[in-house]
Design a protein around this ligand. Sequence first.
Ligand code: SAH
Ligand code: SF4
Ligand code: F3S
Length: 469
Amino acid sequence: MEKEIKEETHDEYFSYITALQQEIKDQNYKYHIMTYGCQMNEHDSEKIAWICEESGYYPTENPEDADLVLLNTCSIRHSAEDKVYGKLGELKNLKRKKHDFKLAVCGCMMQRKESRQFVLDKFPHVDIIFGTNNIYKLPELLLKNLKTNDKEMDIIHSYENTDNSLVAKRIYHYKAFVNIMYGCNNFCTYCVVPYTRGRENSRKLEDIVQEVKNLVANGVVEITLLGQNVNSYGKNLNPRVTFTDLLREINKIEGLERIRFMTSHPKDISEELIYAFRDLDKLCNFLHLPVQAGSNDVLNKMNRKYTREDYLKKIKRVKEINPNIALSTDLMVGFPGETEENFQDTLDLVKEVEYDNSFTFLYSKREGTIAARSENQVEDDVKHERFERLLKVLYPIQRKKNEAFIGRVVNVLAEQVSKNNDQVISGRTEEFKLVNFPGTKEDIGKIIPIKIRDANSFVLTGDKYHEKS
Ligand code: SAH
Ligand code: SF4
Ligand code: F3S
């Protein structure tokens, strides 16, 4: 057991799990988790799932069958919050139908006063509320609620108590997320994450390496290291270690095939990290480097702390050191004050970089952030129009990048049976390209050579490659 959390808190946590097992034994209660937002939340949901199962709940895919539904929420954009409110409305029916049905809400929205208050005011059928820093409180809150039926709420804003050692129920047997740090110190002026996830806090290198070793011993071949700003990894550790030091250690682990990470911030991606893409054989040929916008004026107002020129220089360096690297980015349109000319700078930048993939967002005003106070918010129709124009530039480039794979043999980690056709398997190349190929579910979890025969802007298609064929 790691020492990041105070020992007595840990003992308490396990004693609540035991008490909860007793309380619900023979009830055959089932739980269902709905997850919104990023990989951080997906991984937190794996921890919540472990807690539920350890406490005696059984999983169910169907919320109608569940006795406990948990909504792990995201606050990043208004639309993410609206989805949760819609779902909470729908779940009122389940609460009416089943007298012992319990509804819990957690995640980033619950760390924000405005959203939490809204849930308290509008959705009185919510039984339990907790936050991102105190997932370990769930057994205690559930137990109290089951006994008294009183609403239980516990939020802590201090991230120092975040339990780094919570066990996760791993959804996939062949790939896994591993937290390397929590929080963010960057305060981009549009973003809620520093408020919902607290300040940066790195886990110890030895603990991370041990976690990866354990995963690999259990069959995991690909890990994704998670942090909002992985380039800052280790700044609060003594002795100081860098993110690249961590990558080097993980690269040595026998049996591990692929290392990915999310997300690095352009302002402090180091030369050392750029070289890692050439030197570390397990580090995938893929870099997600969110630029947000192409105009210096906008970047400055966003508090991104790099210029367009800095960004392009780093990209050039990455391509020099590793010409085969695939690049992806996040882009936002309609930041307050964004002019047509500023937007043109974004279009020019994406044409110059030629991204393999991108995530595009309409700026969403978040209460409590600096950008929300700006008076010159961009009109919705202008935002939408710019968004469409941006996609029209991005997609043909993606298509061209994908078509360049036609005829090549690439290693694909087979991940799932296609939703539309059970004879088709989808997986990812090192470059994070989605590939569909004829196969069976026995392929899942294996890295398979595939010869690509077709491509569009979003997916490659190919066939298993046998050297002699
Ligand atoms: N830590 C990561 C990003 C986390 S949020 C980074 O800095 O790269 C993921 C993406 O959501 C951001 O890159 C940004 O493009 C988008 N985003 C964040 N806040 C937003 C807002 N208020 N409106 C629209 N998009 C937003
Ligand atoms: Fe948000 Fe900026 Fe931190 Fe990313 S780096 S999480 S965009 S504040
Ligand atoms: Fe959303 Fe929280 Fe992730 S706000 S994007 S779930 S860190």
